[in-house]
Write a new protein. Structure first.
Length: 239
């Protein structure tokens, strides 16, 4: 069985609650966990989320961690132009890359790392966390499923990011979301929050970002790799 977990966005309480639920099923040694990306940003406990996932990786080395666009934003910010002191005392000048990240939840992530010097913010992130981010994957493909953070570009379609450095597997919404294209496998993805709190289930795709970043639940979908059966879902929610 494969258990895929949706976008966490710094919600460590939901993550721990969902993992507890899955462990009590129980999880078999041969079962696999696949995390769909976006572990950080928007929520206040990004550092604790990464600590929890690194511990899980030690316990279950077969676990797959995909890269979300928010992890990519953090890496791009680290590797891009360095911040500079502002002429205005107490302020910092950031590159457009970093500003984009900070405005999309990066501030909450840096606060979770208790950054004290924003001119050298990356030094407050442990090396083990940087290795975790760097080792995330863009996709994971099995016989029945194609796991990816945001989606896939249907053949012959035009995407607004075409011709840029952006990878549609990390960023795409349309035309993927409305496409009825048979990708050959069920595409399991996150990125686009389902504000209803329920996963999106269509013949060619399953969306498991159920808006944990906005007060919704954190969702896991259970998929059988050897037999055809309906997907099952488990959720952790704030009460």
């Amino acid at each position: 069985m494969i258990y895929a977990i949706g976008d966490i966005h710094g919600q460590v309480t939901l993550l721990r609650g969902l993992l507890d639920t899955l462990e009590k099923l129980p999880l078999a040694a041969e079962d696999m966990l696949v995390f769909i990306g976006d572990y950080i940003d928007r929520g206040k406990d990004a550092r604790a989320v990464i600590d929890t996932l690194i511990d899980l990786q030690i316990q279950r080395p077969s676990t797959v961690f995909l890269r979300g666009n928010h992890e990519q934003l953090m890496l791009d910010s680290r590797d891009g132009p360095a911040p500079e002191p502002s002429p205005v005392p107490g302020l910092v000048l950031h590159s457009e890359i970093t500003l984009n990240w900070l405005q999309n939840g990066g501030v909450e992530t840096l606060l979770s790392y208790r950054v004290q010097d924003f001119l050298r913010w990356w030094e407050f992130v442990p090396d083990a966390h940087w290795r975790f981010f760097e080792e995330t994957r863009t996709e994971f493909v099995t016989d029945r499923c194609h796991f990816v953070h945001a989606g896939l570009l249907p053949p012959g379609e035009i995407w607004e990011g075409t011709g840029t450095e952006y990878d549609p597997r990390l960023w795409i919404r349309e035309p993927f979301l409305s496409s009825g294209w048979d990708f050959g496998r069920t595409v399991v993805f996150g990125h686009t929050p389902q504000r209803s709190g329920s996963p999106l289930v269509l013949p060619n795709k399953i969306g498991i970002d159920t808006a944990a970043a906005y007060g919704g639940p954190l969702t896991a979908v259970v998929l059988n790799e050897t037999e055809s059966e309906q997907p099952r879902f488990y959720q952790a929610a704030y009460t």
